[in-house]
Design a protein around this ligand. Structure first.
Ligand code: NCD
Length: 508
């Protein structure tokens, strides 16, 4: 049996590449190599009892061929078994069951580990927060696909004479909407002297926050004009398909035209001595990799796909101790629901004046004033929260305010508090509001409610009840999708933001 110096994977969630380091990767590669060598030898059943009675739940809210099947193969070959769903049809998700409740039911059914794929960014982090047992991210929206990055990096490591330091990798296809590129490039950033070259249409370009992060971590990132330029500069070209299910505002024909200039064709590969990789699936209609490339010596994506089984076997092997069982407790830790998405502001005695010189607390003794709303959005908020129907009296007003001559809206109501759901609804309609709690005609408490700006983040979906959480790693980032946060409420000052950043948990 394998004796490892230190197993760094045991009982750990696998959510983001950012939670792993270079040594983790090298340890995983070693174990994956061992799995591969045994698999290809006479001794192929050596590990077949290692995870006996262990159960893996596969929760695939989105389509999958490779990821789900290879996890299935991995757990089965290690002696365990799997169950779950592939597509939400036939599950209670169609009855609006939340992510949290689905996860808790898989916990109640005594699964030892969960792998989940979901269209929302940060959804798997949320699943991991509520789950009693480790959770593996099988792809969350446009965010991350860490196990794909692990198998991609493993493949590159093997093909590049067992080293990733100094590697030069080309990226192509859809860098903007693809999660495999985000995870793989961050995995490569764990190694030294890495260069990434890419060529793609502006619409598919590398997201700015990712490029910044890679450069900050010492990766050389260079955009080149054509795939030929990229192929000339590196030994590996990692192509991806346009993520048509996540693309808005472009027709299929437009996507096809934008891709055309960047397809991988045999002509382009005439002088290329390296390997073409791809996480798969290849879109056979758009054919971002030409059919003839399958038959060329530089085709590396089939070996890459098989490596997925070895890497996932290694991961499950390392994550689960030989014996162990997590008792379902059926209670949730209240800490999970604790948010840190409010910037509390200083309160001026007696209530502040608005842009018209009117005291904002006039006409209201006890209740709420929502300020800094988007122009003319107060009526919509009053409707959405059913304030009038709920028996609350409200005064909505649009006044000219601020130095920029822009209209701004107020909403004053005798409602006392707002739930997290209501605050989220307001923020979705109107950006980040300032909430004033009024007691005895004066402002008793005042805060700005912050919302992650990533449209696809799980924290923006009201029905999922995911508490807004941020952390600081040199930038303020969403605790779920990990995108940098930019305030929408223009009234938040630099000083306030700095103080807030200082109060947040750190992540390195
Ligand atoms: C990828 C995914 O789901 O992000 N597929 C995979 O797991 N190999 C890539 C893709 O769908 O484009």
């Amino acid at each position: 049996m394998l004796i490892l110096m230190e197993n760094r994977f045991i009982d750990r969630d696998v959510i983001s590449i950012n939670d792993f380091n270079r040594d983790d990767f090298l340890a995983l590669f070693k174990c994956a190599e061992m799995m591969r060598d045994h698999e290809k030898s006479e001794n192929r059943h050596l590990f077949s009892g290692r995870l006996k009675r262990r159960r893996l739940a596969e929760l695939f809210y989105e389509p999958s061929t490779r990821t789900r099947t290879s996890f299935n193969t991995a757990i089965t070959e290690l002696g365990g078994c799997s169950d779950g769903f592939s597509g939400i049809e036939g599950t209670s998700v169609v009855k609006q069951e939340s992510i949290r409740d689905t996860i808790l039911m898989y916990n109640a059914n005594h699964f030892d580990v969960l792998v989940m794929r979901h269209p929302l960014d940060g959804s798997v982090q949320w699943a991991a927060d509520v789950s009693d047992v480790p959770v593996i991210n099988g792809g969350d929206g446009m965010n991350e696909h860490p196990t794909q990055a692990m198998l991609d990096a493993f493949t590159l490591h093997i093909l590049n004479d067992n080293r990733l330091d100094g590697i030069r990798v080309g990226l192509g296809g859809d860098l903007m909407h693809g999660r495999t590129i985000r995870s793989l490039s961050q995995a490569l950033a764990l190694f030294d002297n890495v260069s990434i070259f890419w060529a793609a249409d502006d619409f598919f370009k590398m997201p700015g926050d990712l490029e910044r992060l890679l450069i900050n971590r010492g990766v050389k990132v260079e955009r080149l004009d054509t795939p030929e330029d990229v192929l000339e500069n590196c030994g590996f070209y990692y192509m991806t398909r346009p993520q048509t299910e996540r693309i808005v505002g472009k027709s299929a024909q437009e996507v096809r035209e934008l891709l055309q200039r960047y397809r991988i064709t045999p002509e382009r590969l005439e002088r290329f001595k390296g390997k073409i990789l791809h996480p798969l699936p290849i879109n056979s209609q758009l054919a971002e990799i030409d059919n003839l490339v399958y038959y060329m010596g530089c085709q590396g994506f089939l070996e890459q796909a098989e490596n997925g089984i070895f890497v996932r076997k290694a991961l499950l092997y390392l994550m689960m101790p030989e014996e162990g069982y997590t008792l379902f407790r059926g209670v949730l830790n209240p800490e999970i629901n604790r948010s840190n998405n409010r910037i509390f502001r200083e309160v001026n005695e007696g209530g502040r004046k608005d842009g018209n010189g009117e005291k904002i607390v006039r006409n209201i003794e006890d209740g709420l004033v929502l300020d800094h709303l988007k122009p003319a959005s107060a009526e919509e908020i009053a409707r959405e929260l059913m304030l009038v129907e709920g028996g609350y009296s409200c005064i909505t007003a649009s006044v000219a305010g601020g130095g920029e001559g822009k209209a701004k809206s107020f909403l004053k109501t005798n409602l006392h508090g707002l739930s997290e759901r209501e605050l989220k609804r307001i923020a979705l309609i109107s950006g980040e509001p300032t909430v004033n709690l009024i007691r005895n005609g004066g402002v008793a408490e005042k805060f700005v409610y912050l919302l992650c700006g990533n449209d696809n983040c799980v924290t923006r979906v009201v029905k999922e009840d995911v508490p807004g959480k941020f952390y600081y790693d040199g930038e303020i980032r969403c605790g779920y999708c990990r995108r940098p946060y930019a305030p929408e409420n223009r009234k938040i000052s630099g000083g306030e933001l700095n103080r807030y950043a200082g109060s947040l948990p750190r992540r390195g």
